[in-house]
Design a protein around this ligand. Structure first.
Ligand code: SAM
Ligand code: SF4
Ligand code: SF4
Length: 356
């Protein structure tokens, strides 16, 4: 693929592909999350409940999924339009046996400042060094509890805590640190184990981020009563360890940062339900079958795979992507209001299709 210049271009479809487009709320496009596949080795009930994602569930075929060539091409175009951060996700991205090769290709795209991957870490230990050598900058590990029984239940009976911890250690050894640890807090499920988890990672250099359980998708039977607000988690934490807020490390940072006053490290809070951050949301999401979504809660996406496979050149694809972004006015979490689905949307895209 030939590199494009960053100047605005007139394309054959008559649409100007504008570098650094701003959406309807003035937000730039900076972050592309790429879902490599819709399959997962876990069945976390809040994401892919086993009752829905059973043995006969029809996942995408290889032919339906974007190839690595197609992913690299679309990512390069997105970078020309302003994206500086790429994150590989899924489903479980490490089920893609050639993920390190893809990482090394994405790492070579000029303009990518941050190349990260989100994983449940079950398959991480054997590939962590290879991923680091390929040019991965950072890894985010999803880990909801250190209680092995609850962990197993929260992985849908598929995860093994010791294996995940080995994956985490391997990532640290490989230099993929500081690790970020994503912990979804669900009332009545793992909320009583959060302080133990924080205690374990104090002074480790890793950053635990407590995530409010979100009403993504339509299949997890989300109920607002199961959301533990960041405020509530913070109160619990403060009762045990003094903490204080820290300035964001960059504009648009999703997590609100706090640090332990005694110097034991940092904690993040991701409060999509009670304290939405749509105003600075610069993220687009590419599903494994090449649908582009401009919001985690979107009902509608736009296929980039179809024009790509129908012979669109880079400039046409850039024009399509730019046009989608220019029209974007998503702010679902702000409209939803805290703890309540004000506007029930029945056909939201599922989290396992677009990553976190
Ligand atoms: N399988 C990988 C993993 O779990 O890290 C990557 C994909 S997973 C969809 C990405 C993130 O979404 C995970 O950190 C997971 O905890 C989070 N997630 C999934 N469903 C969620 C929900 N309903 N509310 C909040 N976070 C959720
Ligand atoms: Fe799989 Fe990640 Fe969803 Fe859990 S959260 S089911 S590990 S995709
Ligand atoms: Fe971004 Fe949509 Fe989440 Fe708002 S609700 S922060 S627009 S992904």
């Amino acid at each position: 693929m030939s590199p494009m210049s960053s100047a605005p271009k007139q394309t054959t479809v008559g649409v100007t592909s504008k570098a650094d487009p701003r959406d309807q709320m003035g937000r730039p496009l900076r972050d592309l999350r790429i879902s490599l596949l819709d399959q997962c080795n876990f069945r976390c009930p809040y994401c892919m409940p086993v009752t829905e994602f059973h043995a006969d569930y029809q996942f995408l075929t290889r032919q339906q999924r974007l190839s690595h060539d197609e992913i690299v091409r679309l990512a390069s175009i997105a970078v020309e339009l302003g994206v500086t951060k790429l994150r590989l996700t899924g489903g479980e991205p490490l089920l893609d046996k050639k993920v390190a090769e893809l990482v090394s290709r994405l790492a070579r795209i000029e303009g990518v400042d941050d190349l990260a991957l989100t994983t449940n870490a079950m398959l991480l230990a054997p590939v962590a060094q290879k991923l680091a050598d390929a040019g991965l900058h950072r890894v985010t590990i999803s880990l909801d509890t250190l209680d092995s029984g609850i962990f197993r239940a929260m992985s849908g009976g598929r995860g093994d805590l010791a294996t995940v911890m080995q994956g985490m250690e391997a990532a640290e050894w490989a230099g993929l640190s500081p690790l970020k640890i994503n912990t979804v807090v669900q009332r009545g499920v793992n909320d009583h184990t959060v302080l133990d988890l924080l205690q374990h990672f104090r002074r480790s250099g890793h950053i635990v981020r407590l995530i409010e359980y979100m009403d993504v998708g339509n299949r997890n039977n989300w109920r607002s009563e199961e959301v533990v607000s960041s405020r509530e988690s913070l109160q619990q934490i403060e009762a045990r360890w003094p903490v204080r807020p820290v300035d964001p490390s960059y504009h648009g940072e999703v997590a609100r940062r706090y640090e332990y006053v005694d110097g034991a490290g940092e904690i993040g809070f991701i409060s999509s339900v009670t304290d939405p951050f749509c105003g600075s949301c610069s993220r687009a999401r590419l599903s494994a079958e090449g649908m582009l979504y401009t919001c985690l809660f979107a009902s509608v996406g736009t296929s980039l795979r179809d024009p790509l496979r129908n012979g669109a050149d880079d400039e046409e694809l850039a024009a399509i992507l730019s046009r989608i972004w220019l029209h974007r006015n998503d702010r679902y979490s702000e409209l939803r209001g805290p703890g309540e689905v004000l506007r029930p949307v029945r056909n939201k895209v599922e989290m396992y299709r677009v990553g976190g």
